[in-house]
Design a protein around this ligand. Sequence first.
Ligand code: SIN
Length: 355
Amino acid sequence: MLKKRLSVFLTLALILLASFSTAFAAEKPVVKILATGGTIAGSASTATQMTGYTAGAIGIQILIDAVPAMKEYADVSGEQIVKISSNNMTTEVWLKLAKRCNELLADPNVNGIVITHGTDTMEETAYFLNLVVKSNKPVILVGAMRPATAISADGPVNLLNAVRLAASPEAAGKGVMVVMNDQISGARDVTKTNTSNVATFKSPELGYMGYFTGGKPYFYHESLRKHTVASEFDVSNLTELPRVDIVYAHVNDDRVMVDAAVAAGAKGIISAGSGMGSIHEMTEKGLVDAQKQGVVIVRSSRVGNGLVVAGIQRYTDQKFLNGDNLNPQKARILLQLALTKTTNLEEIQRMFAEY
Ligand code: SIN
């Protein structure tokens, strides 16, 4: 009799323990990792090889298994979207990522998303998603400067921080972010500034949004520009984006690249001008002709800091738009999205002031 009671008691205790641990596990935020490749998933033949390795070689489950500490912060699972070096990133992958983010974030059980990505074009994917994700929940891009096989690889701690951030309630409503080297950057302002250093991501002049210290995110700044739920751009029914090319200024410039862009079907051209968006007179003639054919011209700058605003009267007369302080590669993304909605120049200029 005593034995029977004891076994009933033990069974009940086990059931209670099991349901308690299930409830406890369910309380952890759910974070989905969408993997695209890059150096964070890079594989080299030796631990000291930091260049010439294969980016994107390692699958997401191996990356997750390599950082078991993530499970303390979130219920983590991964999906392999593509396995590429980010210099090969395409609009097709962007649209796939945007649609998958919107699907996942609409699920009330999902708290946030981490996207593993090569660092070369991470700022572009981050800004694109910042403009088209329709959720306040965190979307965090993360990469690494050293391959996963390297001595002192930076990927594991970056990934851990990205999951911590995606799981943090403080990260909600701040737009898409990039986490690298314990630094948290906003998608609009961040850019890669060094070809090999782990401290490569910076927001020149405008600064980091925050930092990780002791495993916790601390926030200080936020962009005032529109993003995510406040954005008017919607890619849910799109299968491509309008072609926009970047024409980079240099001494002895001419109109060859402009004419090539028009011939290739460009609907917009970003002039990565010198100084405050100044343009060689030969290139300018090409741009004026391009505009006569309906191509929208936006002046940006190759300088990397500061704004391009109206000021040179002839550019205003020519109705060349001003790219604000977006670098050329980000001005290109905004113009592509703008052209999905309108070709009205005043409207597009408004968008450059708002996003
Ligand atoms: C890439 O962008 O895919 C390669 C470089 C990197 O991830 O750091």
